[in-house]
Write a protein that binds this ligand. Structure first.
Ligand SMILES: Nc1ncnc2c1ncn2[C@@H]1O[C@H](COP(=O)(O)OP(=O)(O)OP(=O)(O)O)[C@@H](O)[C@H]1O
Length: 607
């Protein structure tokens, strides 16, 4: 019998029995299926998520949609049917016909249907044979227990508010938690193979809309646009700054933040984030690795969920000094083979991430060596770092989950042939007469989030800008000046090198697990030194090992991986590349040191 279990506006809490004594049940309701008279569905909102328990005379089956997978919810009403389009909504629910609902203020609603529909949007993890990926699921609850729409709406709204409070990690109240600040999205239309705009609009924007997270979207007009933007704007008005592009755009944003006089406050109050649309995407891959989020190329679901949920984690940054510049880096510093590949494969940009593999083969054939001195302050004890993980199986297939239907706010359709139609069998005394929901519907449309703005630019090529020299701030260096002698405890290696690459992130590219033991904030940089004289076959197997992270166990006569807190590279001659976060910097002496926990990053919510 369907009765409101909790009649008050502020939901009570009852302990759920026999399952997990720590799990709290906030709301519970019974739904019936018209077509399956012998089953009832008990739907519970708990501290774990939304639990759907199907009960028949002799069995009970439970499915839980975890809270971490729920992104948002929305109350809707039946759409007015055109004359001759069929009978009332209630009768049409029995069978595979589609239910049409609209927003309450649409002006096109069906006054004769007093039901309130609560749509709950979730992206659940599904494991197939080879990979793990997220699939979109919509759960629809129909509230029709009272004979007035307003009362049914109030009931649906109670569930919606509770869900929103739980998602926001706040105590459940009668008020929906509000965060009026928008996300700032700085999108580089030129990153990777040039698909950032399309990826954002099709994979990320619909999810932000479902989560009701408004955003300001700015398309970068030229290189350094993002840097100037964050340097000169009042960034406190945004809830976070997102680089939609490759690691290069985030590098610009980070350095723009350090060019502000108030860099410390700005970095403490405004988290940064990345939506991977570039060709390297090292940081995005690293974040997914640490938070057990599947990483699938061109699939922005998991990362977009992180943007919407707003969970932050600290990240180290590295202060890098060259003869004429100071910059801040979050990914890597490179000299030699990997930097050559990164810079010279630029001409293959149109093919995306594969450009690195192709150029790697070319560079191995014409292997170069570089002369110079490498010095570093070794971290003696890294035994407290967690054990390295194996990456979640990579899948390069483009999954369905981000690919939503085109927006259609007027006809929000969500009912397919797999939908189950529920209605209670109660009659007589009780006011509650039926409710309805469908699980696992993958068909959907999305609605616009009020307040999001799209700052477009006239189409056409990029504008060119002359560089603006701003002053770099940030934490003061602990190192001697670049030309001065280093402390005596530093180690020096002089000779010929195939490469020296230092990274402070686990992945330096989508498929390059460089430092499996690295954490986002551990104060450690991992320095890889490959000396000249190494056989090509050994380099090849080493590079291949990076796909699985097995290479870091290799410590041979030629290859070393050393945890360091600071380093200096002094190349001889003028022929070569030095890169910082994949960006070319001036060739010559360079030194760097790590500063823990300086930046806040938006990361996936694991709760
Ligand atoms: N509108 C633009 N036109 C030309 N270049 C731009 C524009 N906006 C940004 N850039 C520059 O493009 C460079 C590369 O960008 P980004 O990092 O986004 O892509 P990527 O190089 O493909 O990815 P990754 O860095 O992950 O390899 C950056 O150095 C940035 O300064």
């Amino acid at each position: 019998m369907a009765e409101p279990m909790l009649g008050k506006d502020v939901p009570n809490t009852i302990e759920k029995e026999n399952v997990d004594c720590k799990e709290q049940v906030y709301l519970e309701e019974t739904f019936y299926i018209l077509s399956k008279k012998k089953s009832v569905f008990r739907v519970r909102l708990t501290s774990k998520g939304l639990s759907l328990i199907k009960e028949t005379d002799d069995s009970s089956k439970e499915q839980t949609i975890l809270l971490r997978d729920i992104i948002g919810s929305k109350c809707m009403r039946s759409k007015r049917r055109r004359a001759g389009a069929g009978s009332c909504v209630c009768s049409s629910l029995v069978g595979p016909q589609q239910l049409k609902v609209v927003e309450e203020n649409s002006g096109d609603l069906d006054e004769s249907d007093i039901s309130a529909y609560l749509y709950i949007f979730a992206y659940t993890l599904k494991r197939s044979r080879r990979s793990l990926k997220r699939e979109r699921t919509t759960i629809t609850l129909r509230f029709r227990s009272y004979d007035k729409y307003e009362d049914n709406y109030k009931e649906a709204q109670k569930w919606r508010t509770s869900i929103k409070c739980l998602i926001a990690n706040q105590p459940i109240t009668t008020v929906i938690p509000q965060n009026d600040k928008k996300l700032l999205i700085l999108l580089n239309p030129k990153s990777g193979p040039g698909k950032a705009r399309e990826l954002f609009q099709t994979k990320s924007a619909p999810l932000l809309q479902e989560a009701e997270v408004p955003y300001d979207l700015h398309i970068t007009k030229y290189a350094q646009y993002a840097r100037e933007f964050v340097r000169t704007r009042n960034v406190y008005g945004w809830r976070g700054i997102v680089a939609a592009g490759g690691d290069g755009v985030l590098f610009e944003i980070l350095n723009g933040m350090f060019e502000r006089l108030d860099w410390q406050q700005a970095l403490a109050e405004v988290p940064l984030a990345i939506l991977p649309c570039g060709s390297g995407n090292g940081l995005a891959r690293t974040i997914c690795y640490h938070y057990n989020e599947p990483y699938i190329r061109e699939n922005l679901t998991g990362i977009s969920m992180g943007l919407a949920r707003g969970r932050v984690a600290p990240m180290d940054v590295v202060r890098v000094e060259t003869k004429t510049n100071i910059m801040f880096s979050f990914l890597s510093v490179g000299w030699g083979l990997l930097s050559d590949i990164d810079i010279e494969s630029e001409r293959l940009r149109a093919i995306g991430g594969q450009r690195f593999a192709i150029w790697a083969l070319a560079r191995l054939v014409g292997l170069r060596k570089y002369k110079g001195v490498v010095s570093y302050a070794k971290i003696k004890d890294v035994s407290n770092l967690p054990k390295p993980k194996l990456p979640i199986t990579l899948s390069h297939s483009v999954s369905q989950d981000g690919a939503l239907d085109s927006p259609d706010a007027e006809a929000f359709i969500d009912c397919d042939e797999h939908s189950e139609v529920f209605t209670n069998a109660v009659n007589g005394k009780h006011q509650r007469v039926d409710s309805w929901y469908s699980v696992n519907s993958r068909r959907s449309a999305f609605y616009s989030t009020r307040g999001s703005e799209y700052h477009s630019v006239a189409s056409g090529g990029s504008e060119m800008r002359s560089p603006v020299h701003a002053c770099m701030h940030g934490p003061a260096s602990h190192l001697p000046s670049l030309m001065s002698q280093l402390p005596s405890h530093w180690v020096h290696e002089e000779g010929e090198f195939v490469m020296v690459h230092v990274s402070y992130q686990a992945y330096i590219g989508e498929d390059l697990l460089f430092a499996p033991r690295s954490q986002l904030s551990d104060g450690v940089m991992w320095m890889l030194i490959i000396k000249a004289g190494i056989p090509r076959s050994q380099i090849l197997s080493f590079l291949l090992g990076m796909g699985q992270g097995t290479h870091s166990d290799v410590n041979t006569e030629y290859i070393k991986m050393i945890p360091v807190s600071a380093f200096r590279i002094v190349p001889e001659g003028s022929d070569g590349y030095l890169t910082v976060d994949g960006e070319l910097v001036e060739y010559g002496p360079l030194q760097a040191e790590i500063f823990p926990n300086i930046v806040h990053l938006l990361v996936p919510d694991t709760k």
